[in-house]
Design a protein around this ligand. Structure first.
Ligand code: GLA
Length: 369
């Protein structure tokens, strides 16, 4: 059975757990905070909109494995234990995702001084896969974290090893891998992973969004249902991103058929951010497979158009104003052989003879037929 026939959607704890300086604050990651987010996924309408996976990222682990060699939750922050947490999250109608790494050290051990004794899955692949299956895990994020340097591992082989262990576990578990685009995973990951990261971590700034976007330019031939390019989790609603920057980010990820993993605090998001995250028209574009993910089709100065075919023969187009001045888009020049143009956000039709001015760091999402 092919998993992730559409780009996975959910909420992941990592971006939520970062402080203003973009450093991990593990005190924010507890049983209580995770359950509060899970409840907010349901209450805010995120689950109903399609965000179904709650993924517990790095930093949930206790300092060492248990007597069976299994990962366990941090003794103070996850007192009831991970299996109980999973049960509670799943009782809300959500699916559950978890985090591990192919080498010996997780990225939090590497970069955030997370004090622990070799938490990685190296040598524990079967134990971990079987434990995840037994606990009812539906999604695994498997993160490289310099395992070539620390453990001399070869990426394709190491990721495949966990893929095989998951398959032997007897449970369908979506396999999300990340090597930040270091080893051209798009060439080999589609054979066994459902999604692969294409870049380093996306942070909550427009610069980072543009830098990440530019690295997607040549990757459109590689994704397909069950195997998606992953330009990293959403930063919508985080940091100092403005509403128009959030909008551009969300529109772009949708035409890229990107996995949509929110990472904001769902218990305190503004109505504007919620409305953007759950907008049915945007999500429908992200989840639609028209035969190819979106790609750059027009670029003049700081004005760009990223466009994707839709299954019904129409096209979804992001008109993006990247710079610090507004950009002018003449629709009749951009779109030929088009009989109707619709603004996805408002549902309004737009005259093909319109000349649109898009403010700096903003975008418009148009469906053309
Ligand atoms: C890496 C990944 C992030 C996150 C952290 C966890 O930086 O790219 O998405 O999983 O590790 O430590």
């Amino acid at each position: 059975m092919t998993l992730a026939l559409r780009p996975p959607m959910g909420w992941n704890s990592w971006n939520y757990g970062l402080n203003e300086r973009n450093r991990a604050d593990f005190n924010r990651l507890t049983e209580q905070t995770v359950l509060a987010q899970a409840n907010a996924m349901v209450d805010s309408g995120m689950l109903a909109a399609g965000y179904e996976y709650l993924v517990l990222d790095d930093g949930f682990q206790n300092g060492r494995r248990d007597h069976l060699g299994r990962l366990q939750g941090h003794a103070l922050r996850f007192r009831e234990g991970i299996p109980a947490l999973i049960e509670e999250v799943k009782s809300l109608g959500l699916k559950f995702g978890i985090y591990s790494v192919p080498g010996s050290l997780t990225c939090a051990q590497q970069y955030d001084d997370y004090i622990a004794d070799g938490l990685g899955s190296l040598g524990f692949e079967t134990i971990d896969a079987n434990a995840f299956a037994e606990w009812g895990v539906d999604y695994l994020k498997y993160d490289w974290c310099r395992a070539h340097l620390n453990d001399g591992l070869e990426p394709q082989e190491a990721f495949k090893k966990m893929s095989d262990a998951l398959k032997s576990s007897g449970r369908d578990i979506v396999f999300s891998i990340s090597e930040y685009g270091l080893f051209k995973s798009h060439d080999w990951a589609p054979e066994f992973a459902n999604l692969w990261r294409t870049t380093d971590d996306l942070i909550a700034s427009f610069d980072s969004i543009l830098r990440t976007l530019d690295l997607q330019e040549n990757l459109y031939p590689y994704s397909k249902p069950g195997a998606w390019n992953d330009p990293d989790m959403l930063q919508v609603g985080n940091g100092s991103l403005t509403l128009s920057e959030n909008r551009a980010h969300m529109y772009l990820w949708a035409v890229l058929n990107a996995p949509l993993m929110a990472g904001n605090d769902l218990t305190r998001m503004s109505d504007e951010v919620r409305d953007l995250l759950i907008h049915p028209g945007i999500i429908a574009i992200d989840q639609d497979w028209g035969g190819q993910q979106g790609r750059l089709v027009y670029s003049v100065g700081e004005a760009q158009v990223w466009s994707k075919p839709m299954a019904d023969g129409s096209k979804a187009n992001v008109l993006l104003s990247r710079g610090v001045t507004q950009e002018t888009f003449k629709l009749a020049e951009l779109f030929t052989d088009v009989s109707s143009v619709t603004d996805v956000w408002s549902g309004d039709s737009i005259d093909i003879n319109s000349v649109l001015e898009i403010p700096p760091h903003d975008a418009l999402l148009l469906l053309t037929k």
